[in-house]
Design a protein around this ligand. Structure first.
Ligand SMILES: C[S@@+](CC[C@H](N)C(=O)[O-])C[C@H]1O[C@@H](n2cnc3c(N)ncnc32)[C@H](O)[C@@H]1O
Length: 315
């Protein structure tokens, strides 16, 4: 079935075969992340989270907000010794390595970028967790994994790049053991359009800067998850937090503009422009950011005895 299209990026995706769209994502999306990790280390926090932090107040710094987010994700996923975790779109290993350092789980990450894989593995070795970490360059739809072989699956800032959402959720439904957890932290469009989704600014972010993005409505994502056999446990609005995170990133791009341009001519302008549009979109809530937690079937823990909103709230 052809997906409803809100933007030029999605209309073009609908004209491609499933195979061609996968190849398009593989190349167009990877291009952004293949820039040197050194550049991103000038802009992001020290663990290189390319996703929102969680703030307690507007004056808080990026490092503190990202530390709180790692702790919150760790609390929500609640990884027990020996449990297997898949991080789909693991970037430079921000969450995956934090979880590896703060649990006794076993971790598999995938990314579209060889540079990201190399940097994440370098960090895994430096931080003494390489024996429990595997990272591959792989498109999510190419994963060949045994059914019911994972206890938790994480998508942080990555599902937005994936056009074929039903296939992604079906895969998660198959991969998870009964009671296993899935956590998504990503961007959505409000159901009632606010502003012009087909604007040149949106196209700049979705096509020029980030290769391919598809924002759907939160309810549509939740429905796809439920159809795949997942029980929604918790949804948290992080929209203001993303506007705040982007403000920090933009400051850092401005501060390091010359150094970034020396490494990749023109890339500082790309970052500053797309981040400025994104920050405005979250500030005006024309785009929204949510963190979703679900389990496969009934949860194996009692959510009533599991104060997830507070647990992990502190860094
Ligand atoms: C915004 S970054 C987020 C990185 C990391 N999860 C974090 O929170 O810091 C998006 C990541 O998703 C990966 N990605 C995007 N589409 C993907 C796909 N179809 N299959 C696998 N990885 C994908 C990119 O390579 C990149 O690592």
């Amino acid at each position: 079935m052809t997906a409803a299209a809100h933007t030029r990026a999605e209309r073009e995706a609908n004209l491609r075969s499933a195979f061609d769209q996968r190849e398009h994502e593989r190349q167009a999306v990877a291009a952004h992340y293949e820039h040197s990790p050194e550049i991103f280390s000038l802009v992001l926090d020290s663990r290189l989270a390319y996703a929102t932090g969680v703030y307690e107040h507007a004056g808080e710094d990026l490092e503190t907000a990202q530390a709180r987010k790692y702790a919150r994700i760790a609390a929500k996923l609640d990884i027990r010794p020996g449990q297997r975790v898949l991080d789909v779109g693991c970037g430079w290993g921000s969450n995956l390595l934090y979880l590896a350092q703060h649990s006794e789980g076993v971790f598999q990450g995938i990314t579209l970028s060889a540079q990201q894989r190399e940097e994440a593995l370098r960090r895994a070795r430096a931080w003494g967790v390489a024996d429990r970490v595997q990272i591959d360059v792989c498109h999510v739809e190419d994963l060949k994994l045994r059914p019911e072989s994972f206890d938790a699956v994480l998508f942080s800032g990555s599902i937005v790049h994936m056009h074929n959402r039903p296939a992604v959720h079906e895969m998660v439904g198959e991969l998870l053991k009964p009671g296993g957890r899935v956590l998504i932290s990503d961007c959505y469009f409000p159901v009632q359009p606010r502003g012009d989704r087909d604007s040149a600014a949106t196209e700049y972010i979705f096509v020029e800067a980030l290769g391919y993005c598809r924002l759907i409505g939160l309810a549509e994502e939740l429905q796809l998850m439920e159809r795949a056999g997942l029980d929604i446990l918790h949804v948290e609005d992080l929209t203001r937090h993303y506007a705040q995170t982007l403000a920090h990133w933009i400051d850092n791009v401005r501060k390091h503009r010359k150094t970034i341009d020396a490494m990749a001519p023109g890339f500082a302008a790309v970052l500053q422009q797309y981040m400025t549009v994104a920050r405005m979109s979250f500030a005006r809530r024309t785009a929204l950011e949510y963190m979703i937690l679900a389990t496969k079937g009934a949860p194996t823990v009692d959510p009533g005895a599991w104060p997830i909103a507070q647990k992990g709230g502190r860094s």
